[in-house]
Design a binder for this molecule. Structure first.
Ligand code: ADP
Ligand code: ZN
Length: 718
């Protein structure tokens, strides 16, 4: 077994990273031994490095096959920013450019060439490749998004099928196939279709530890919750909706609420679509509201929030789409909004399908999505189980693990419900059963004389939603059946009878109002925030000068390291993960200067006057906000002066209020609003902002509620 002790050095020098991600080193060693490889890693796992680093260490050209132009450009830009000679050939180039790039390749000036599959196999290109092989050699073929070769995958591309002929033409050039698609069938298909020879197979875990998964029910306040999520989670967000119309509506609403948002769907013109995409990638706009047309080929590593505002088609799509969050391994959130009416809509469209086989598959897939959404166990266990991976649960990073829903005994209610199904002769759906239980007066009830049943009106004490929750849970727990003929008629089974005979109890997981916790950690983290914002704007400025996305300059994680370490010299700067030799030379001085300017300012603190004794509990950033507030500046003014976001200032002010500092609430919230908010808090207690706002209406802002809640918390702690 060969050893490559210098791989870490090469990694740091070329890419700036200190360590390999799990699996990467082994894969790279295999690649250096010219083995065929199948690499299955989740999105963000770090697949690209697996062929990029070997490409630099081996003789000759590495040819990367990639299905999407945007993806190619993106990767090439990122490589060039590390001074790695990479280029692409695709239909967007004029013949002159193509020729000059081909020349550079033949002169051995290029290590990585990205091409689309249709070009690779064209009459004109293959002879060129022959020439390359003869003159400088071909180090490897890397087939990205290799699942496109499989009809079982979700985006089959016929062009990929012809790739096998490459194998025949260049039998001694090793091939690496890379994909994030997990199913067995697709994997086997890739090996066959690409003609991989005794490939070394690497399958990474699909657990994305940095993603927080949660499911919320899509109630009337769903939009308000969504808004709160978007406001609370800094950084880029993608919101998926089912239809173009919904996308446009939601974008409009968000824009109205001062959120920087754009739409993306197939109904927009090519130009608008690609403009919107670019603006999102370059951080000119924060939120992308989109149909699932958006995302394939988006390599943006710093998406912090992916919301599904409608139900996804199947669990695999959900995993892939939500997985566009946090590719850079930083904490990110994936929220799914779930409603019964969404299920109905999807069921309806499934019933429109003519092929019974297709119908069956779709129904099964819908079932799995519902199981995920309604499940009360660890979300990861359900998701990973779907990919055949066993996960023990207790991940600590999903809603079910963090806020386990309390179980309540609903046996009596279940008996009422099930016997009502029995008395209605198992011929009706859920809504009718609930109507009967609650003593409804509609025609369907009178016609069937269901108002004469003993179960008529015995369930008035529960709301429709509560009964529905019970009904869904009974289905879910297998104590009730439902026909799948489009009518969803409820049927009893053996377990139902056990419940009615009191041989079995029924527990129900009761949803609780969820709090959105601010990810903000220690005081120190808050302090670092100002510097982080300054470094972000420097990064944005440098990126705009080169017309590249900001993350191409440095990732968020590297900026964060800068704020933590606050390096003073180039040597210290060079040690940060994400700083390679080229970026050090290119940007080191500029970022050091910014860090320096910041720390100098910090060392000349003008302490504000009249502070209460607890002032040592305050961070510098809070002190500064307090000082400016005392000088009479408004929130917006403070935000502008300090070049940080107004919500951050509100957060400081709220914390200051809670810490009993002299903040003049009257200056921030009109007295009348204060009183109303206070009243609600007295009734509802310390709960999240959304339900409070729901009580108060649109004329109250989340900021106002937050500030008053701060005061309320302070008073109620005493
Ligand atoms: P994939 O193609 O598997 O979705 P990428 O190759 O785009 O993932 O990698 C995801 C992100 O992780 C990229 O931004 C990449 O720069 C970063 N990355 C890859 N390898 C490492 C590593 N060893 N250390 C730190 N970051 C890495
Ligand atoms: Zn969990």
């Amino acid at each position: 077994m060969l050893q490559y002790p210098n791989l870490e050095k090469a990694l740091k020098y070329n890419f700036g990273y200190d360590q390999f991600r799990p699996g990467q080193r082994q894969i790279i060693e295999d690649a250096l031994q010219n083995r065929d490889l199948l690499i299955v890693m989740p999105t963000g796992g770090g697949k690209s490095l697996c062929f990029q680093l070997p490409a630099l260490l081996k003789k000759g050209l590495t040819v990367v096959v990639s299905p999407l132009i945007a993806l190619m450009q993106d990767q090439v830009e990122a490589l060039r920013n590390n001074n790695i000679s990479a280029t692409f050939l695709n239909s967007s180039l004029n013949p002159y450019k193509v020729r000059s790039r081909e020349e550079a390749i033949l002169n051995g000036k290029v290590k990585l060439l990205y091409v689309a599959p249709e070009r690779l196999l064209s009459e004109r290109f293959l002879p060129f490749l022959d020439l390359v092989k003869e003159k400088i050699g071909i180090a490897a073929f890397a087939i990205d998004e290799a699942h496109c070769v499989s009809e079982w995958g979700h985006d089959f591309r016929p062009e990929y099928r012809q790739m096998k002929s490459l194998r025949k033409r260049y039998p001694d050039v090793p091939t690496l196939a890379l994909t994030a698609t997990a199913t067995d069938r697709v994997r086997t298909d890739i090996i066959q279709q690409l003609g991989l020879k005794q490939p070394s197979i690497h399958i990474a875990s699909f657990n994305r530890q940095n993603l927080y998964y949660e499911v919320r029910s899509k109630t009337k306040s769903a939009y308000a919750e969504l808004l709160e999520l978007v406001r609370e989670n800094e950084g880029s967000a993608i919101i998926y909706c089912l239809t173009r119309k919904k996308v446009d509506e939601l974008t409009f609403k968000l824009q109205n609420d001062q959120i920087s948002a754009l739409s993306y769907h197939a109904g927009l013109g090519d130009e608008e679509r690609s403009n919107n995409q670019t603006r999102f990638i370059r951080d000119d706009v924060r939120v992308m509201v989109a149909t699932i047309a958006f995302g394939m080929g988006i390599n943006k590593p710093d998406v912090r929030l992916v919301i599904h505002f409608d139900l996804p088609r199947n669990l695999e799509s959900y995993y892939q789409e939500s997985g566009r969050a946090g590719r850079d391994s930083e904490p990110s959130r994936c929220t799914l909004f779930f409603s019964f009416s969404d299920i109905k809509t999807i069921e309806w469209s499934i019933n429109q399908k003519t092929d019974p086989q297709e119908q069956l598959i779709s129904k099964q897939q819908l079932r799995q999505v519902i199981d995920y959404a309604e499940g009360t166990v660890c979300r990861r266990t359900i998701q990973l189980g779907y990919f055949g991976e066993r996960f023990p649960g207790n991940c600590g990073n999903c809603d079910n693990c963090r806020y386990p829903k309390p179980l309540q005994d609903w046996t009596i209610e279940a008996m009422k419900f099930l016997s009502c199904v029995a008395r209605c002769k198992e011929r009706f759906g859920m809504l009718h059963i609930i109507d009967v239980l609650r003593g409804g007066k509609n025609q369907k009830i009178t016609q069937n004389e269901h108002d004469k049943l003993s179960t008529y009106g015995i369930g008035k004490d529960k709301t429709v939603d509560e009964w529905r929750m019970l009904g869904r849970s009974l289905l879910h727990q297998g104590m009730l059946e439902q026909t799948s003929d489009g009518y969803s008629v409820l049927k009893l089974n053996a377990l139902s009878w056990e419940v009615m005979r009191r041989q079995r109890t029924v527990s129900l997981a009761i949803p609780i109002a969820q709090k959105i916790t601010w990810e903000e950690g220690s005081e120190k983290a808050a302090e670092a925030e100002i510097l982080l914002q300054r470094l972000r704007s420097l990064r944005k400025q440098l990126a705009d000068e080169q017309s590249v996305p900001p993350y191409v300059i440095f990732h968020d994680s590297t900026l964060k390291l800068m704020t933590q370490v606050q390096p003073q010299t180039l040597a210290e700067f060079a040690k940060l993960s994400g700083v390679g030799s080229h970026k050090l030379a290119q940007y080191g001085e500029k970022f050091l200067a910014e860090i320096n300017a910041y720390s100098q300012k910090q060392s000349l603190p003008e302490k504000p006057v009249n502070l209460k004794p607890s002032q040592n509990l305050l961070s510098d950033t809070e002190l500064l906000t307090l000082q400016l507030h005392q000088q009479g500046f408004s929130v917006i003014e403070i935000a502008q002066k300090r070049n940080i976001r107004p919500t951050t200032i509100i957060r400081h002010l709220t914390d200051l209020i809670e810490k009993n500092q002299p903040i003049d609430l009257n200056q921030l919230v009109p007295l009348e609003h204060q009183q109303k908010i206070w009243q609600i808090l007295e009734v509802l207690g310390d709960i999240s902002l959304t339900p409070i706002r729901e009580q108060l209406g649109e004329s109250y802002s989340f900021d106002e509620i937050r500030l008053v809640r701060g005061k309320w918390r302070r008073e109620n702690r005493k």
